[in-house]
Each structure stands twice: as C-alpha cells, then as structure tokens.
Design a protein around this ligand. Sequence first.
Ligand code: PLP
Length: 430
Amino acid sequence: DYPLSEVDPEVHELIEKEKMRQFNCLDLIASENFTYRAVMEVSGSCLTNKYSEGLPGKRYYGGNEYIDQIETLCQERALELFQLDEGKWGVNVQPLSGSPANFEVYTALLSPHDRIMALDLPHGGHLSHDFKRRVSGTSIFFESMPYRLDESTGLVDYVMLKETAILFRPKLIIAGASAYPRDFDYYRMREIADEVGAFLMMDMAHISGLVAATAVPSPFKYFDVVTTTTHKSLRGPRGGMIFYKKDTVHGVDLETAINNAVFPGLQGGPHNHTIGALAVCLFAAQSPEFKINQLQVIRNRKALEEILLQLGYNLVSGGSDNHLVLVDLRPMGIDGARVEKILDMSSITLNKNSVPGDESALVPGGICIGTPAMTTRGFKEADFRLTVDYIDEGVQLAIKANSCVKGTELKDFMDFVVSPDFPLKESVSE
Ligand code: PLP
C-alpha cells in the first residue's frame, strides 16, 4: 500500500490546493467550520472497512464487537452533551447527513402526502424542510405549506403561522433554519403544534454547537424530535443525528419509527468511520475549550453586527441572536451575487442569500455572514472588526463597478470587473 501522492498524484494535488485555499481565505460561510485533527484521523481510519447494518447488539453482520462499542459510546456522548436523560430521550447517530436525517423523520412520522409546515426557503428555511416549489424530495412526497417572516420586522410571523396551521392542519411543524439570525420562539411553536395536533420537530443543524455550549436556548424541552448535522457549529465530521423522545406521540412510538426509518427504511450500512469521528467530536464538545469557543462565536458575531450597523448596513431583523447576520444590500443598490463574486476574488468566502421580499434565489438581495469557522481559527472581536472593513471595501467596489455596467448579467459584470476598463487596484485604494 502506497501514499496518496504516489497512488494518485492528480487527486493528491487537488487536495493540497484545496488545503491552501482553505488556509488562505477568510471563511465566513455560516454552515462551515474546521474540524479537529483527531476527527479527521478517525474519518480516515479502518472503521471505513466495516459493514454493520442494524443497531448495536442487533447487527446483520458479524465482527461488530468494537463497532458496537463505538456506536454506543457515540450515542451516550450525544445524550450527555445535550443534557438528556437516557430514560426519556434516545438518539440515532447513523444518518448520513442533515437532509437524509430530516427525510428519515418525515417517513417515520408521516404517510405519503401528509402535510408539513416549515419556514419558507427564501425566508431562511432549508431545502430539505419543504417548500412549494417541488425541488426537493420533501415537497414531491409530502404536501407543504411554508410559514414566513413578517417582512416589516424580519421575525417569524407566528400569527400567520398559527392562522395558516389552523386552516392547513399540518401533521408536522418544523422549526429551525439555514439563514435565520434569531432564536425561534419554541414555546409558541409548541402551543401551535398542540392546538392543531401536529408533531413538532426542530432542525438545529446550524446552532447545535451553540446549544451544546448553552450559548443559545435549548429546544429539547419543547420538541418531539430534534435533528442536526454534525459538521457545522458542532465542528464534527459530515453527518447527522436524530434525537427522539422515548414516547408514543399521536399514536407513533417515536423510537421504533425513527430507528426503522433510518435502517432499513432509507439507509443500509452505517458509516462507522463517521460515527467514530462523531464520538470524538462529542467528547471534545464537552470540554471547557469548546464552550469558550462557542461563546466567542457569539461575541464575534456581536462585533461584526456592531460595525456593520455603524457603517449603515441594513440587517434583517435588525441584528442577531446567534452565529450569523443577514445583510440586506438592496438599499445600497447592489445584490448579494455580485458582492459574493467580488469578495471571492479577495479570498473572502461568504454566501449570497435571499432576504425577505426577494424574487430571485440566484441573484438575491443579501449576504449571510457567519462567525464559527474563523472563530475556530482563533479570530477575536478585533479581527472581525477588520474583516468588516474588508467586506465593506468589496461592497463599495461592487457598487462602483455596477454603476458602470448597470443591468448586465452577473457574468458580464465579472468580465467587466477584471477587464482593463475597470482599474481594480485604483478602485480599491481610492
Ligand atoms: N438543515 C439545515 C437547517 C441546514 O442548514 C442544512 C444544510 O446547510 C441541512 C439541514 C442539510 O444538511 P446536509 O447538507 O448535511 O444534508
């Protein structure tokens, strides 16, 4: 057996280039992070060789003595981290990622064409939740009715959610989002779910690290099921988890239904290298250093928010409670797609993002800025203040270039920016 550089120099070189790209850029993508060396060690370990369909102690393959111990340890650590009583809560650590975890919950709790309500995609929701555009499997196999933000406040419109839920009678209501800077009102969502007799699920993918460190409110008290990815604020390997109450809700035994939905419902053999790596991440997440890191994520977001507001930027909902801010660039006459491209050229990586009222998801009016990844790399408040200066410089540049080629397609805009007609360097230093 030979090292990658000898076996496949082409892939080796591309990985080296990606490593340098990650090293050299400011990663402000709210869903990204840098995992631990130990996690990567387990992800690349011999655990990848093993088949182990089923759950610990109940496998369809032999030779699972150690795999069983690893998965059990992973489950125990997951419950411990979120301070859950083993008698009341269980967890499945096998979901391959966040979207499969969510779909597994739907198939566990619902029948085809049952109704779901979740936050609309252009208002910060996630593709896997559902929305009426029939792009994700969720809206192909289930009937969906999104709830939305109150566009005047940028906050979830709970009044509209309640009124719609009473008419639509969903069987499942989902909280949680990909780009919502505020805490959900868990109590209110529980009340609405109870009023219409729906299951209540929280997708805490973005904030699970913050929840673990008690830097934001924990959803567990209010929800029947909580899903999460493991690679965002939690800093683990790419994967997913489903937490469920050990209870029968609306006639469904959640534990049996969810475990069966994962396997054999939608998955085969678990990715044991990921489960092992997740166990390591969950151990690390119980350390004081992890808590300090997550509190710093919030402090850094506050610094980011403060300077953006001082510079006159318009933030959706006026600010944030978590690890991200959503900037509405429309009042400045520029869109998120152009700003994302310009910042990319300066090794600042962030996402264009829809903001309430937007019509196009490809050329949306905003950008989303998150603090977890750079906090892991040691950034403090002063570093984020400086980062805002760089972002602002990029925005001003985009505005200037746009004023020269207004109304053109994104590609033509970029061609202009790098052409001799637009003196990039002088524009930056002016
Ligand atoms: N749920 C939320 C809220 C997300 O933001 C994401 C991804 O960004 C997912 C689920 C899906 O996770 P994955 O990309 O691992 O399928």
